[in-house]
Design a protein around this ligand. Structure first.
Ligand SMILES: NC(=O)C1=CN([C@@H]2O[C@H](COP(=O)(O)OP(=O)(O)OC[C@H]3O[C@@H](n4cnc5c(N)ncnc54)[C@H](OP(=O)(O)O)[C@@H]3O)[C@@H](O)[C@H]2O)C=CC1
Ligand SMILES: O=C1CO[C@H](CO)[C@@H](O)[C@@H]1O
Length: 328
């Protein structure tokens, strides 16, 4: 997809995350933002003026009709990701879709198929997967730097009494911490193991009609186990531990480095020796760079589709109040 001149992005949605991603799109070599769409013309204009975007478009469908848009960034509530990815793919636009990819494996698989069918590239906007540090994690696992991995735990949460109307509190829009934050903790487990679990057990605490805390355990073929936590009712955590039989890798900011600090992690050995690491990084720009390059995306797409499957198995376990065995 190497465009010279740059890949022209149209942005769909004018919410909280849009602000950050527009800046990343505008500052990525080979990308530019030519249009932004909102449900209302006024809001599109207001956002376009704030960010120096030429075209303000009323309605998402109108943005897909434009000839000055090669790719879209979809920043809508989760239940709308599938509909607008399908529409974008059918309009032959490449897709950067916010996480969670969708609300079910059926939807996510359909999104993938539509993009393949229309020969457009897609990625979910899960920035941490693209950080330089994440590449180091993968190399360490490949080299068995920790010895044989036995257990992984990942916790992602933040404490947030929501404002009424936030999509995170609306089950119809795909709200709840399972999809919103479980996407990160489950994604980490999937990255480390490179596989689906054989079985999952999960439970949740529901408040205001959506999951506000989810805890889960997972079992994998080669004896690896994992514990997962996510929630809206504990302080900000974005950490994991990967325990091998020689040492453990610990990270306390894997989804996004703490503000004004380099990305960091530690390897602890059995004698208590700690080796600290820090990384400069540019996760969102690297992610955008991959989408607009010719690099193969299959591995990253599989990571997203598997993450969606694991989340669905957790949902099924919560529903049934029992351990769920995944079909391979
Ligand atoms: N990658 C990351 O680090 C982050 C990712 N996210 C993800 O990004 C997506 C959007 O999150 P966020 O920006 O916080 O969400 P917001 O609620 O702030 O914005 C969502 C936007 O979607 C549009 N929209 C269309 N229909 C609806 C509807 N029925 N209710 C609410 N909004 C609607 C609105 O734009 P308009 O009115 O202009 O049409 C709105 O501004 C989510 O999938 C979330 O998980 C969120 C934060 C961080
Ligand atoms: O992906 C996300 C990053 O963290 C936020 C909280 O700060 C989430 O709500 C959001 O959806």
């Amino acid at each position: 997809m190497n465009h010279t001149p740059p890949t022209r992005f149209g942005v769909i949605g004018t919410g909280r995350i849009t602000r950050r991603l527009i800046a990343d799109l505008q500052s990525t070599d080979g990308a530019e933002v030519t249009a932004i769409a909102s449900r209302t013309a006024e809001r599109a204009r207001w956002y376009a003026d704030q960010h120096g975007i030429a075209a303000a478009v009323e309605g998402y469908a109108s943005l897909l009709d434009r000839d000055d848009v090669d790719a879209v960034y979809i920043a809508l509530p989760p239940s709308m990701h599938a509909e607008w990815t399908l529409a974008a793919a059918n309009a032959k636009k490449h897709v950067l879709c916010e996480k969670p990819l969708s609300i079910s494996p059926a939807e996510s698989n359909e999104m993938d198929r539509a993009c393949q069918f229309n020969s457009v590239r897609w990625l979910d906007a899960t920035g941490w997967l693209h950080h330089e540090r994440t590449e180091a994690f993968s190399k360490w696992f490949e080299e068995q730097r920790l010895g044989k991995i036995g257990h992984i735990s990942a916790s992602v949460s933040f404490y947030q009494p929501f404002q009424t109307g936030d999509h995170r509190l609306d089950p119809v829009l795909g709200g709840g911490c399972l999809l919103d934050l479980g996407w990160y903790s489950v994604g980490l487990i999937r990255l480390v193991t490179g596989q689906l679990p054989t079985a999952v057990f999960a439970d949740q605490i529901i408040r205001q009609g959506v999951s506000q805390r989810v805890t889960a355990m997972m079992w994998f073929d080669d004896g690896i186990t994992a514990t997962v936590s996510c929630g809206y009712d504990t302080a900000t955590r974005k950490w994991f531990e990967v325990a091998g039989d020689q040492s453990s890798l610990v990270c306390d900011d894997f989804t996004r480095p703490w503000t004004d600090r380099p990305a960091r992690c530690w390897i602890h050995d059995a004698a208590g020796t700690v080796e600290p690491f820090s990384f400069a990084g540019d996760q969102e720009r690297r992610m955008i760079g991959k989408l607009i390059s010719d690099e193969p995306l299959e591995e990253l797409q599989k990571q997203a589709l598997d993450t969606q499957r694991i989340l669905a198995a957790m949902e099924a376990s919560i529903e049934a109040s029992e351990k769920v065995v995944l079909e391979t």
